[in-house]
Design a protein around this ligand. Structure first.
Ligand code: ADP
Ligand code: 5GP
Length: 207
């Protein structure tokens, strides 16, 4: 079966727990996954490091990356640019690692257009009230930014049906397990095994 990595997109409302889930998933299966590090023009939060959570760049640097076609996709989210550098994703997939893009909806749909075999996962908390609690509890944004992110969540909820699976992040570990299983099962899809199918067809013809 396929040795090439799967491309999976994880989206979800800000505060749904995507970052927390990614950390757990990568800790549990470090050799299997590669998490793409995006470029962004937003300011780093306390504790975030350049090259680990994001490549923090200026608007001019970001626009330069767009011009050089160095991004698989990019989008503007609540006033800042965010984008996925292309080279790392393609290298890791070739090396057999499953690559996860933790990106918002406009970007997710662009990736799906460009790579139709991409698995689209949408993470949501069990309720809207819990979303608000998590955003406030994280304590990383002003109340004004929290309001804009909650408003954005209303818009984003309109696109949930475009995703392949909805993951409810209630029990963190159960959600990590579900995410891992969903990604791993993609390795068995016919679409992920085109080369293998060609090989067995060839073998059968030459019997
Ligand atoms: P996102 O990356 O989607 O914006 P985070 O991973 O930063 O979200 O999580 C937002 C907040 O919710 C954090 O304070 C995190 O500790 C908390 N959180 C994440 N998952 C859960 C969960 N399953 N149950 C309770 N709290 C959670
Ligand atoms: P945050 O500022 O909370 O880190 O991220 C804000 C939003 O941007 C989240 O929904 C996150 O998934 C999304 N995001 C992060 N990186 C990218 C990217 O490279 N492309 C796109 N389209 N969205 C991204």
């Amino acid at each position: 079966m396929t040795k090439k990595g799967i491309l999976a997109v994880v989206s979800g409302f800000s505060g749904a727990g995507k970052g927390t889930l990614m950390k757990e998933l990568l800790q549990a299966h470090k050799d299997q996954y590669a998490l793409s590090v995006s470029a962004t023009t937003r300011q780093p939060r306390a504790g975030e490091e350049h090259g680990r959570e994001y490549f923090f760049v200026t608007k001019e640097e970001f626009e330069q990356m767009i011009r050089e076609d160095a991004l698989i996709e990019y989008a503007c989210y609540v006033g800042n640019y965010y984008g996925t550098p292309k080279s790392y994703v393609l290298e890791q997939m070739e090396a057999g690692r499953d690559v996860i893009l933790e990106i918002e909806i406009q970007g997710a749909l662009k990736v799906k257009e460009r790579f139709p075999d991409t698995l689209l996962l949408f993470v949501t908390p069990p309720s809207a009230a819990e979303l608000e609690n998590r955003l406030k509890g994280r304590g990383t944004e002003s109340s004004q930014v929290i309001r804009s992110r909650l408003k954005r969540a209303v818009e984003e909820s309109e696109f949930m049906e475009k995703y392949d699976y909805i993951l409810i992040n209630d029990d963190l570990h159960a959600c990590v397990r579900e995410m891992h299983e969903l990604i791993q099962v993609q390795h068995l899809r016919a679409g992920s095994n085109k080369e293998w199918i060609e090989k067995i067809k060839e073998e059968l013809r030459s019997l």
